[in-house]
Design a protein around this ligand. Structure first.
Ligand SMILES: C[S@@+](CC[C@H](N)C(=O)[O-])C[C@H]1O[C@@H](n2cnc3c(N)ncnc32)[C@H](O)[C@@H]1O
Length: 251
């Protein structure tokens, strides 16, 4: 009997690369120092009723993948395929692991749409990836190069503070189908506010760890729950919680 198709359509080379990168990320996340880092952030919040993301936090995170876990990446890939998403913004790219899934989906969606419209039509789209840390951006580019043509052509990496780079109009699609918020919690709401005016009706916003870091996402939830902002939202029971919000403003 033939084996069932895997969740993500990709060449064996890309699957092997993803497996390797997820294993490296998981080893870091399971380390004692990393667990201590997360607990100390929550402790600080409880003690001082506020968030703090210091230069020391940046130093600590500089060599960390903090990649979205494989099941969440697979879910996001399938979601992007089912939406036919051609324009995706990824807030927080790190070493480019989740970007690989998003780029696979965008490339495959564009191929589907091109086929259905006929070969003379040109369908465009991309993943806008964002990373502040130059060494991480360089490593992400290496991984995408290694993944090859299924992945690399579909990514535009904006290097620098995403609160600035996402405001650059040039190259920014008119309409965004999906936003992945996989960023330090204090940045989540400011990022959503920048992308909000471009969200297509029905666009999906995914945010990670919304159960385990609920307190740190207080401002994001206030915004998502305000009916004036047009979102419907649900926390999915992935490890740490994964928020899916759909942009459905009143018409
Ligand atoms: C959780 S990681 C992203 C992981 C990635 N989505 C994955 O699954 O492989 C968040 C990343 O956001 C980056 N970052 C933090 N603040 C940023 C900012 N202001 N602008 C751009 N990137 C930022 C960090 O350097 C870090 O690499």
């Amino acid at each position: 009997m033939a084996s069932p198709p895997s969740t993500v359509a990709a060449s064996p080379k890309v699957h092997q690369l993803l497996q390797k990168l997820h294993a490296l990320s998981e080893a870091q996340e399971n380390s004692i120092s990393q667990r201590f880092f997360y607990v100390s952030r929550l402790f600080y919040y409880w003690m001082f009723s506020g968030q703090r993301w210091s230069a020391a936090s940046d130093d600590h995170m500089r060599d960390k993948f903090v990649a979205l876990e494989p099941d969440k990446c697979q879910f996001v890939y399938l979601l992007a395929r089912s939406l036919g998403a051609c324009n995706i913004v990824e807030a927080g790219t790190s070493f480019g692991v989740s970007t690989i899934y998003l780029a696979l989906a965008v490339g495959q969606n564009i191929a589907d749409r091109t086929r259905s419209l006929g070969s003379t039509s040109s369908v465009t789209g991309k993943v806008i990836a964002t990373e502040n840390e130059p060494s991480k951006a360089a490593k992400a580019r290496e991984h995408w190069r290694e993944a090859g043509d299924e992945v690399e052509p579909w990514i535009e990496l904006r290097e620098g503070n995403l609160l600035e780079t996402l405001k650059v109009e040039e190259g920014m699609p008119e309409e965004i189908d999906m936003l992945l918020l996989d960023i330090w919690t204090p940045m989540a709401l400011p990022t959503l506010k920048i992308v909000h005016p471009r969200l297509k009706r029905g666009a999906v916003i995914i945010a990670d760890n919304t159960t385990s870091s609920r307190l740190l996402y207080k401002d994001l939830f206030e915004y998502l729950h305000n009916p004036e902002n047009g979102f419907r939202t649900l926390t999915l029971p992935f490890n740490g919680g994964l928020e899916i919000s759909v942009y459905l403003p009143e018409e």
